[in-house]
Design a protein around this ligand. Structure first.
Ligand SMILES: [Zn+2]
Length: 247
């Protein structure tokens, strides 16, 4: 039974990963969400057939743009498989207890969209954060008044803690542009706070700081701080949140 559930979760994850990729790329390139995403070539960008919503290059049907023949990036399939694995893991972690894994599978969607867009543009998508926050609050409300209160307090705590961490980081090192905490990062922290609530908020913040520290060490070791090389604050928050919701 567990194996069947795991395989089903992986299959759902594969489709979710594909849809998340399409939505993220359209938002990152300011293109409308038509039938199924656009060509990856920025100079072409024509809408692709609606099969491009489906995973594994629309099951092999949309490997290339029909107009300019630009290939869909291989990273997309890796991402889809990673989401499939993550969904299987989430279901395995919460076997028998349905509410936490439903919440995890739902919360993962805005987190993954924000993460992808942030990797491509180094900008946290504010509208997706707002949607994710609303979902976090709504799922807390389903659990009752105490859970709702819990989610709101955790959202405030996460936002407050990240604000203070940003002040400390900029006081310690004025050149540290990589760790500059922006207002959008603070909104994102509030969204995650609403998702992980009081029991997860401290772990989320500690993990975020650890990831940020680690990515800075990697950048220092590599000798360059080119955009896209290290993890941005937004990416660290997303990865920490994805870890905490499946813990
Ligand atoms: Zn094209």
């Amino acid at each position: 039974m567990q194996v069947v559930e795991g395989l089903l979760a992986a299959a759902i994850g594969l489709f979710v990963g594909s849809a998340v990729w399409v939505v993220s790329r359209q938002r990152a390139t300011d293109r409308p969400l038509r039938a199924g995403g656009s060509c990856a070539n920025p100079r072409c960008g024509v809408p692709l057939p609606s099969a491009s919503w489906l995973p594994l290059f629309g099951f092999g049907r949309v490997r290339r743009c029909p107009v300019c023949a630009a290939a869909e990036p291989q990273g997309r399939v890796i991402f889809e498989l990673a989401v499939a694995g993550y969904y299987a893991l989430a279901v395995a972690r919460f076997a028998g207890d349905h509410l936490p894994h439903v919440a995890t599978l739902v919360f993962a969607v805005p987190l993954l969209v924000i993460l992808l867009i942030d990797r491509w543009t180094q900008v946290v998508d504010r509208e997706v954060v707002a949607a994710g926050f609303a979902v976090g609050i709504a799922l807390a409300a389903v659990n009752g008044r105490y859970a709702l209160f819990d989610a709101m307090i955790a959202a405030l705590a996460a936002a407050g803690a990240l604000t203070v961490a940003g002040w400390i980081a900029s006081a310690l090192d004025r050149s540290a542009r990589v760790v500059a905490v922006g207002r959008r990062d603070i909104y994102l922290a509030a969204m995650v706070g609403a998702m992980v609530r009081e029991t997860g908020v401290v772990g989320f913040l500690l993990l975020s700081v650890a990831l940020l520290g680690l990515s800075r060490v990697v950048i220092a070791g590599g000798g360059s701080a080119a955009p896209g090389v290290g993890l941005t604050v937004g990416a660290c928050l997303c990865v920490a949140a994805l870890t905490m919701i499946v813990r």
